[in-house]
Design a protein around this ligand. Structure first.
Ligand code: WQD
Length: 325
C-alpha cells in the first residue's frame, strides 16, 4: 500500500510517517508547511508541498504516486484561535477535507483515516469517555472535527471507502528530540517554558470536583498514537469495503494538572512548585478515555507512561532552547 499522509511534516504527522515507514508501508507526505517542517520528513519519503484546498494538486498527487490509502492530519488545531477565527477553521478543516475526499473518491482510493480529537466530546460528564458518549463540542475547533467525522462516514458509506476516525486525547512526548512539538500551546511545553524562564508553572484552577482540585486529562505518548495509526491503516486495508471505525486513542488513566506539574519538575530537575491561578474558561474538569474499543478492535494499547512522555518532550525542548550561559 502507498499512504498519503497529509500534515506529515507536522508534530504528530511526522511521527505517523515514521511509524508507517518503519512498519514497511510506503508513505508520501502532503503538507503546506504552514506549521510543518520539511526536515521532519525522512529521506526517501516524497514531500508534496500544497494545500488540501488544492483539488488539482491533490488529484495529481494521488495518481502520480498510486496512492491506495490516506491518513489525513492536516488541519488547524488551536481551540482559542478557532473561537476567534471560526470561518478559517471551517474552511481549512471542513472544506479542505471535502476537497480531499472528492479527490480520494475520484482516484478510487480505498482507505481513509481521519485525525479527530477528544474535543468532539466537549465537557463529558462521565468517568471514562466511550465512543458512545454524546458528542457536544464546545469550540469551533471541536465542531470542525465532529463535522469532519460525519463527512468521512457519509462519503465512506456512499462510495465504498473504508474509514476510521481516531479521537486523540492529550498528546505529548516525542520519538526523538528533532521530532518534538515546537508549539507552546499545551500543558507540558507551557510548564517547560515557565521553568526555563525561572518562573513557577501556572495551574489554571484548583477548585474543580477532582481529587486534588485540578483538571484531569488522559495523556498519550505520540509514539503510541502513531502506532495506533499503523494498526488502523492495516485493518482498513484488509477490511471489507465500507468498514467504518470510530476509536478513542488514550491510555484510560487520568492524570491531574498538579501531578503533571510535579512530575515535570522532578524529571527536569527543577524545583518550582506551581502557583494556582483562576480557571481557564471552557476547561472540562475531567476527560479520560475508555480505551477498550481500540484494544478489542485492533489489539492496540498504549505502552509508554507519563514519565516517558515528559522525559522525551524535555529532550526536544532542550534541543530547541539550549540553556543560556
Ligand atoms: C491541559 C490541562 C489546562 C497549561 C487541548 C484541546 C484538545 C486537544 C489537546 C487538539 C487543562 C491545564 C495548561 C498551563 C494549566 N487539542 N493547564 N496550566 O485543554 O485538555 O486540550 O489540547 O486536538 O482538543 O482542547 O490541553 O494541554 O491545553 O491543557 O493548568 O500552563 O492543563 O487548564 O486543564 P486541553 P492543554
Amino acid at each position: 500500500m502507498t499512504w498519503l499522509i497529509t500534515g506529515g511534516a507536522g508534530y504528530i504527522g511526522a511521527h505517523v510517517v515514521r511509524a508507517m515507514t518503519e512498519a514497511g508501508e510506503r508513505a508520501v507526505v502532503y503538507d503546506d508547511l504552514s506549521s510543518g517542517i520539511a526536515e521532519r520528513v525522512p529521506d526517501g519519503v516524497p514531500l508534496v508541498t500544497g494545500s488540501t484546498l488544492d483539488a488539482d494538486l491533490l488529484s495529481r498527487t494521488l495518481t502520480e504516486h498510486a496512492v491506495t490509502g490516506v491518513v489525513h492530519l492536516a488541519a488547524k488545531k488551536q481551540v482559542g484561535e478557532s473561537v476567534e477565527q471560526p470561518l478559517r477553521y471551517y474552511h481549512e478543516n471542513v472544506e479542505g477535507l471535502r476537497v480531499l475526499l472528492s479527490a480520494v473518491t475520484d482516484a478510487g482510493v480505498g482507505s481513509f483515516v481521519l485525525s479527530s480529537s477528544a474535543a468532539v466530546y466537549g465537557m463529558p460528564d462521565v468517568d471514562l469517555v466511550t465512543e458512545e458518549t454524546p458528542c457536544l463540542p464546545m469550540s469551533p475547533y471541536g465542531e470542525t472535527k465532529l463535522a469532519g467525522e460525519w463527512l468521512v462516514r457519509a462519503t465512506g458509506r456512499a462510495h465504498g471507502l473504508s474509514t476510521a476516525s481516531l479521537r486523540y486525547f492529550n498528546v505529548a512526548g516525542a520519538a526523538s528530540p528533532e521530532l518534538a512539538d515546537t508549539g507552546v500551546y499545551n500543558l507540558v511545553p507551557m510548564v517547560f517554558e515557565k521553568l526555563t524562564d525561572g518562573e513557577a508553572p501556572r495551574v489554571f484552577g484548583a477548585d474543580y470536583p477532582t481529587p486534588d482540585g485540578t483538571c484531569v486529562r488522559d495523556y498519550i505518548h505520540v509514539t503510541d498514537l502513531a502506532e495506533a495509526h499503523v494498526a488502523t491503516a492495516r485493518r482498513l486495508a484488509t477490511a471489507p469495503r465500507g468498514t467504518d471505525l470510530t476509536l478513542n486513542i488514550g491510555r484510560g488513566e487520568g492524570v491531574s494538572v498538579l501531578e503533571m506539574a510535579n512530575l515535570i519538575n522532578e524529571v527536569t530537575g527543577y524545583d518550582l512548585p506551581p502557583t494556582v491561578g483562576p480557571r481557564r474558561p471552557g476547561d472540562p474538569a475531567r476527560v479520560v478515555a475508555s480505551a477498550d474499543r481500540i484494544a478489542a478492535e485492533l489489539g492496540w494499547s498504549a505502552k509508554r507512561d507519563v514519565r516517558e512522555m515528559v522525559a522525551s518532550a524535555w529532550a526536544g525542548w532542550v534541543r530547541l532552547h539550549p540553556p543560556r550561559g
